[in-house]
Design a protein around this ligand. Structure first.
Ligand code: SF4
Ligand code: SF4
Length: 299
């Protein structure tokens, strides 16, 4: 646990000068949800808790998942292909995707999941020892445990190790700008080009993710984008075309696009796996729209 960054204290009720008759709460400034968190409670991502007048990053240095993965599994096909990375995750996510494939850790509180204690220096140390060139912050939503990611990423860079962010990109501008100097590569989900689908399927909104993509791309980070095709939700020709059109319009025609097949999971046990012909057609559409590198995933 570490005191969180990116919050301020608000007084609810009272006379505005002291706490008499009012209640102190923390307003989290990390992501667009802007949770107002009362004493003893957690924000929507479950990993930021207001206690004793401070907001705490409760999963700090307590990863629930550690693994060594090929970098292509992130997926990143154009960033040091053929190399391995240390994948690390703490619990927590600020989205609520009905089709989440990692819900047992993304939708859990830190105390509900088995975890180890690994300080940032431990993660960097194992990379040096095992000759792993990169650390990937992945599996859940790393931006909800940004303090751990930032501390690790700083140390990693000091030792010549690359940092990879795998994220849904739903974050405020300042925290992202603070992280950018330490990022070498990122795979960001663009879950659909419809704000309505973002609200109903993912519990978020589109515009902040578009801003994240622009900022990461402008910063020169090796960016790749994933669009998970969820049958009937974002698989219409019109929607795929519009998503690719937006990428091209925003200078991202050369950003590799991963079109990923979705399977039943979490709150969507009866979802039809995305039909292969839909995947193939989506690839054709993306190429027609001018995306240079289109990769199919989970097929
Ligand atoms: S990061 Fe978590 S606590 Fe902060 S605003 Fe977002 S969901 Fe709420
Ligand atoms: S953003 Fe990823 S980890 Fe979070 S709920 Fe959606 S699929 Fe799960």
């Amino acid at each position: 646990m570490k005191q969180a960054a990116y919050y301020h204290i608000e007084q609810i009720g009272g006379n505005g000068h002291d706490t008499a008759g009012g209640t102190l709460s923390a307003r989290c400034d990390l992501c667009p949800h802007a949770c107002l968190i009362g004493e003893g409670h957690a924000g929507r991502c479950r990993s930021r808790v207001f206690r004793d007048g401070k907001l705490w990053a409760t999963s700090y240095a307590e990863p629930c998942a550690l693994a060594v993965d090929p970098v292509e599994k992130k997926p990143l096909n154009h960033f040091h292909p053929g190399t391995l990375c240390l994948s690390v995750a703490c619990t927590g996510c600020n989205l609520r995707c009905l089709n989440c494939q990692n819900s047992s850790i993304s939708q859990a509180r830190p105390e509900d999941v088995e975890h180890a204690t690994w300080q940032p220096a431990d993660l960097v140390g194992v990379c040096l020892q095992q000759h792993l060139p990169s650390i990937a912050y992945t599996y859940t939503e790393p931006l909800t445990w940004i303090e751990y990611m930032l501390d690790t990423a700083r140390l990693a860079h000091e030792q010549g190790i690359y940092n990879i962010l795998v994220s849904a990109g739903y974050v405020n501008e300042q925290p992202l700008r603070d992280l950018l100097p330490f990022l070498d590569a990122a795979n960001i989900d663009l879950k659909s080009i419809s704000d309505d689908v973002y609200h109903r399927l993912n519990g978020a909104s589109l515009a902040p993710v578009q801003r994240t993509l622009r900022l990461i791309h402008e910063a020169g980070v090796a960016l790749e984008v994933t669009n998970l095709l969820v049958d009937g939700w974002n698989t219409s020709e019109e929607m795929i075309r519009a998503l690719c059109h937006w990428l091209v319009d925003n200078g991202m025609a050369d950003v590799p696009l991963h079109l990923s097949r979705c399977f039943p999971s979490y709150r969507m046990p009866n979802l039809r796996p995305t039909p292969i012909p839909v995947m193939m057609r989506a690839k054709d559409i993306a190429e027609e729209e001018g995306i240079r590198w289109v990769h199919l995933g989970n097929v």
